[in-house]
Write a protein that binds this ligand. Structure first.
Ligand code: GAL
Length: 673
């Protein structure tokens, strides 16, 4: 019997490395690369992400000697290879000979060669060509001892989320036919009586091509096209994976997601079952005043997609990126905090874009682990120090993050549904709410699991379940939330949750139609707040942007509005259901008020951080069989104390009670040592 893929990509430690592009460098530099990789403690590099045009400069003519040489050199240096399939960048000859594989945008313009990911996932020529190059690579390198992992394409959907060409249109209709069966079902689901847009048969359906951006399309059509587009890319992933599995059944397969604050281009929860390892790319944004929390949120979001297995941070930047308006360097020590925020939340590897900063090409000012200036740089010193830290933290490999007591539901489709048509408010989105709730809890040291709605059965494990801005929801989600309260748990639902069902149609009878049954309230009117206006509430709380006219059916009013047309009306309600409790928050509370509300709820439930610590210190616990590690990151500018005992893997120091954590520092405590 054939064995399935093994999880040997880490080599039993925490993987460390980055995108490695030897093709951009002389032989002398390549020789130096492996020496420097040794100094930095690099264990795994991603090779060949965009190299098809070099592997096959003309159709059928292969030049792979340099890749053979790269594999051998890396192997001699005991560095593993995460070999990318080079399908993120089709070669120039292919695009010249088959321009029909280039994606068409919604205004009807076909992409031109010179970018990346410009292809249409539905095109048969693309399918055939991409499968062919993947076959060549799998046959040539599948048995090389350095090969640890397959990396399909790169950030699928990043440059080709949608293709509106005729081939895609045909594929979309087949997808619709599978989803709805008959045109009558589709007409009902899409509400096509509106504007008389009824389709006489499925052949009449077109993608939501929109030469005029201002003209709204049917939100159900737009949402289905988003779903289809994610599925079309998923089919592409499956086609590459089928080749890899056939030829190299024991090499695990991944692809790098772009999971962060969102909005997302893929329905990740549908993709993860296809992957042996979930991998993510994450870069901090210079303008985000809450960078540290954003990293934690993104890492928690990825872990929500891979709760039972460690995952891989496939890309982050060792210093500045080159695609923001102002590309600020990281602060001293920030790279280490970023890395351990991901590791604490379940990453078994930290890889970067890229090993050596390029001198040419579209990313010539992007940082590299080896900067333009070379070794006498802060970047290099931090890169080397991080390699040593990750090596010291090797015992964490294979352990899992302890389950939190709080779950916040997340759903990529729900964000698409919100974005699919005009809404009562255009410059405020409920898709930000999971991150705001996460921040309220994170800033109090509390841990949150971000659970996709595809795994509702897991809600049984949580004491507090939050549906924050979950605009689209189905009956199963409603039932699962009601069940949480029914078994004595606490549920909190915010405004703009459960407004539409899976077809993107409003559920009538009072908002949030999908959830009002168990909330004991219904909302009569949605009342956006003018830009800049402040809403006053009882308790001295403040809100902005959003309010609602709430009618109480069977609940207690906890906080009322105090200003404007809603003065005296319910803003936050609570309903006790046996031992369970259900909250409804009808307004966009500011961070202070949201924090106080969650403080009250979590204190009532006795939910505590993994370890008591001073403010600004983040703690996460990873555990294995008989092992327990506390990963501690101090995001503050003052030293602090965390209440834990054990040995710091990074320094070897033993602490019997309070462990000091330097300002901006990291400790990893082996709690069983
Ligand atoms: C990623 C991409 C990399 C590189 C990097 C720069 O999105 O996968 O290839 O472009 O951004 O930050």
């Amino acid at each position: 019997m054939r064995r399935g893929p093994v999880d040997r990509w880490t080599g039993g430690a925490l993987a460390y490395g980055g995108d490695y592009n030897p093709e951009q460098w002389s032989d002398e530099v390549r020789a130096e690369d492996v020496v420097l990789m040794g100094e930095a403690g690099v264990t795994l590099v991603t090779v060949g992400v965009f190299s098809w045009g070099l592997y096959e400069p003309r159709e059928g003519q292969y030049e792979l000697d340099w890749l053979d040489d790269t594999f051998d050199r890396l192997h001699r240096a005991r560095i593993g290879v995460d070999l990318a399939t080079p399908t993120a960048a089709p070669p120039m000859w292919l695009l010249r000979d088959h321009p029909e594989i280039l994606r068409v945008d919604r205004a009807g313009n076909r992409a031109t060669p010179g970018g990346r990911l410009g292809w249409c996932p539905s095109h048969p020529v693309w399918r055939e060509q991409s499968s062919r190059i993947v076959t060549v690579l799998a046959e040539r390198y599948g048995t090389h001892p350095a090969l640890r992992l397959w990396h399909v394409g790169n950030e699928l959907g990043g440059g080709n989320r949608h293709c509106y060409c005729d081939v895609s249109a045909e594929h979309f209709r087949r997808w619709l036919s599978e989803r709805y069966g008959t045109v009558d079902e589709l007409n009902a689901a899409w509400g096509t009586a509106f504007w008389g847009h009824r389709y006489p048969d499925l052949d009449h359906v077109l993608p939501p091509r929109m030469p005029d951006e201002a003209e709204p399309r049917n939100p159900a059509l737009v949402l289905d096209f988003d779903r289809f587009s994610s599925d079309a890319l998923l089919e592409h992933l499956r086609s590459e994976k089928a080749v890899l599995r056939r030829i190299t059944p024991r090499i695990p397969v991944t692809t790098n997601f772009m999971v962060g604050t969102g909005p997302h281009v893929l329905d990740h929860a549908r993709w993860t079952p296809e992957l042996d390892v979930v991998a993510n790319d994450h870069y901090v944004r210079g303008v985000d005043p809450q960078q540290a929390q954003e990293v934690a949120f993104a890492a928690d979001r990825v872990r929500g997609l891979s709760p039972d297995k460690p995952w891989l941070l496939m890309e982050t930047a060792p210093n500045a990126v080159s695609w923001q308006p102002r590309n600020l360097p990281l602060e001293a020590g920030q790279l280490r905090r970023i890395a351990f925020t991901h590791v604490g939340r379940g990453a078994d590897g930290v890889l970067m874009f890229q090993w050596r900063a390029s001198v040419a090409g579209a990313e010539q000012f992007h940082s590299g682990m080896v900067p333009h200036t070379g070794k006498s740089t802060r970047t290099w010193r931090e890169v080397v120090a991080l390699g040593a830290d990750l090596a010291a933290a090797a015992p964490l490999a294979g352990t899992l993050v302890e389950r939190a007591r709080i779950a916040v539901l997340v759903d990529d489709e729900s964000g698409w549904a919100w974005a699919a048509g005009p809404k009562p408010i255009a410059d405020h989105s409920p898709t930000d709410l999971p991150r705001r709730v996460h921040r309220a809890l994170w800033s109090r040291g509390l841990r949150v699991d971000l659970v996709p709605t595809s795994r509702l059965d897991e809600l049984a494990h949580y004491d507090l379940v939050v549906a924050a801005g979950l605009y689209l929801a189905d009956e199963l989600t409603a039932r699962s939330l009601a069940d949480v309260a029914g078994r004595g748990g606490t549920v909190l639902v915010t405004y703009l949750s459960g407004i539409v069902g899976r077809d993107n149609q409003v559920v009538t009878g009072g908002y949030p139609g999908m959830f009002r049954g168990f909330l004991g309230v219904h909302v009569e009117e949605l009342v956006p707040v003018p830009v800049g206006a402040v809403v006053g509430l009882e308790r001295g709380w403040v809100a902005h942007d959003w309010t609602e006219v709430v009618s109480v059916d069977d609940a207690q009013v906890v906080v009322r509005y105090l200003t404007g047309r809603l003065d005296g009306q319910p803003a936050v309600t609570r309903r006790d259901v046996g031992a369970g409790r259900v909250w409804y928050v009808s307004t966009s509370l500011d961070d202070a008020a949201l924090g106080e509300l969650f403080e009250e709820i979590t204190a009532g439930l006795g939910i505590l951080p993994p370890a008591a610590a001073d403010a600004g210190i983040d703690t996460v616990r990873r555990t294995g069989e008989g092992t327990s590690y506390l990963v501690v990151v101090n995001h503050g500018d003052r030293p602090g104390i965390v209440e834990t005992a054990g040995v710091d893997l990074l320094t070897g120091a033993r602490w019997d009670a309070g462990c000091p954590v330097p300002a901006g520092g990291v400790v990893v405590i082996d709690e069983h040592a």
